[in-house]
Design a protein around this ligand. Structure first.
Ligand SMILES: [Zn+2]
Length: 211
């Protein structure tokens, strides 16, 4: 059965991780599958490069977002307004085709006692993005983790992304973006809070996206 949406991926066990040599060999097999000669000069270093890229694309399996948030919050008594971090660029890979999903995340929460540095919120987005994903689960995991660790009055996560499995293959539909959201606590229950968030999101950004 599929892992339920929102359940953190289980970190892979070290013992069943293939060796780097095995991973490079697998890349050579795929090169041959594509019709190439892995012994061709231009491709000799490719398996090594692909393996190093995979270390980067999928580094999120080895990182624990709960630990990152737990270490860094501070207790505040009197801040009771929405904190919104918008236009967080993220890069992920779809678990069905292993091609990029590139988009922006907007992460908001209404603190109860705990606030975190905004870079930590972006870090949580990155850690879950750097795994094989579907956008719905990515959205839920980010929201659930912030909810669990900070225990705020509410969390809202909105993701907008382009899926290269849709633009460069299959139905070939560039320019389509998918929007997903997960609202918890007051953002789910209170329409005024949700409206306030949406109006914050609709304001023109002072930052340049994708800079
Ligand atoms: Zn896909």
């Amino acid at each position: 059965m599929d892992q339920p949406i929102g359940t953190p991926a289980v970190p892979r066990s070290v013992s069943d991780r293939p060796t780097e040599q095995e991973a490079k060999e697998a890349v050579r097999v795929l090169l041959r599958w594509a019709g190439e000669d892995p012994a061709r000069e231009g491709l000799l270093e490719t398996p090594g490069r692909v393996v190093r890229s995979y270390n980067e694309f999928f580094e999120g399996y080895a990182l624990d977002p709960v630990a990152i948030l737990s270490r860094t919050f501070s207790e505040v008594e009197d801040y009771d307004e929405i904190v919104l971090l918008r236009d967080i660029r993220f890069e992920s890979h779809c678990e069905h085709h292993m091609v990029p999903i590139i988009g922006r995340a907007h992460v908001a929460y209404l603190p109860r006692r705990r606030v975190v540095g905004i870079s930590k919120l972006a870090r949580v987005v990155d850690i879950y993005a750097r795994r094989l994903q579907i956008q719905e689960r990515l959205t839920a995991q980010i929201a659930n983790t912030i909810d669990e660790v900070l225990q705020p009055h509410g969390v809202a996560v909105i993701l907008e992304a382009g899926h290269q499995c849709m633009s460069t293959r299959g139905v070939h539909r560039p320019g389509v973006s998918m929007v997903t959201s997960r609202m918890l606590g007051v953002f789910r229950e209170n329409s005024d809070t949700r409206k306030e968030l949406l109006s914050m999101l609709n304001r023109p950004s002072v930052a340049t996206p994708f800079e």
